[in-house]
Design a protein around this ligand. Structure first.
Ligand SMILES: Cc1ncc(COP(=O)(O)OP(=O)(O)O)c(N)n1
Ligand SMILES: Cc1ncsc1CCOP(=O)(O)O
Ligand SMILES: [Mg+2]
Length: 212
């Protein structure tokens, strides 16, 4: 298995009953390390219902199920962890809510400083992005791949690359040392379906890992 693995984020709005089948297709197509449920602007019960449907599909396949933004709901609903951004719960409060064994990831944009702070506080991964233009979450932060190289040479804590990543443009990020490539659009909107998207990423990661 390549050192770099695929990390999926859900689309920001979904019908769990419909998305369940797409998720199973994606996870059955190849290697996926984890899936983040990222629903924006929905009420708590909508999140709970989505977790109830999607978490077992993920966990039964050995794929970690991470909730975006809400450490309290992550703990309540049996998720494997939570992802928090700089405007969400601070790391320490998130960790307290989910416990020592859960995964806590932190958005660090393009900032070495934020990443060092998160890693020193105990984050399980730091996320950098958006590396490429994206309409999923427009971002004025635009790190260069050398940030990943600097990070992976300096630090043990894994780093995630996110933002506009496709099978065609992921190679520089993989070669620079990204531990995870996090993707929304290029998998769920793949013209041949999410399974084909996962396969295309697995192949691109493998090719970039082997290339010098
Ligand atoms: C893996 C990963 N990286 C970054 C983000 C973005 O988090 P945040 O800045 O809190 O923005 P929202 O996703 O909450 O809109 C993420 N979710 N996952
Ligand atoms: C959540 C998030 N944070 C930074 S970019 C981004 C969206 C990534 O989605 P896509 O893979 O569709 O560009
Ligand atoms: Mg957030």
């Amino acid at each position: 298995m390549a050192d770099c693995r695929l990390y999926l984020c859900t689309p920001p709005a979904l019908d769990p009953a419909v998305f369940a089948d797409q998720l199973a297709q994606a996870l059955d197509a190849g290697d996926v390390a984890c899936i983040q449920l990222r629903l924006k602007d929905v009420d708590d019960d909508t999140v709970r219902r989505a977790v109830d449907v999607l978490r077992p599909i993920s966990q039964s396949r050995g794929v970690a199920f991470i909730l975006n933004d809400r450490p309290d709901l992550a703990a309540e609903t049996g998720c494997d962890g939570v992802h928090v951004g700089q405007s969400d719960w601070p790391y320490a409060k998130a960790r307290k809510a989910v416990g020592a064994d859960a995964i806590v990831g932190v958005t660090c944009h393009d900032s070495r400083h934020l990443a060092m702070e998160a890693a020193e506080a105990g984050a399980d991964y730091v996320a950098f992005g958006a590396f490429y233009p994206t309409t999923t979450k427009p971002s004025h932060y635009r790190p260069e791949p050398d940030l990943l190289q600097w990070w992976s040479e300096m630090m043990e804590v894994p780093c995630v690359a996110i933002g506009g990543i496709t099978p065609e443009n992921c190679a520089p990020l993989v070669k620079a040392g990204a531990d995870f490539i996090c993707v929304v659009t290029a998998v769920w909107n793949h013209p041949e379906g999410p399974g084909a998207g996962v396969k295309a990423f697995n192949a691109a990661i493998e090719a970039a890992s082997g290339a010098t």
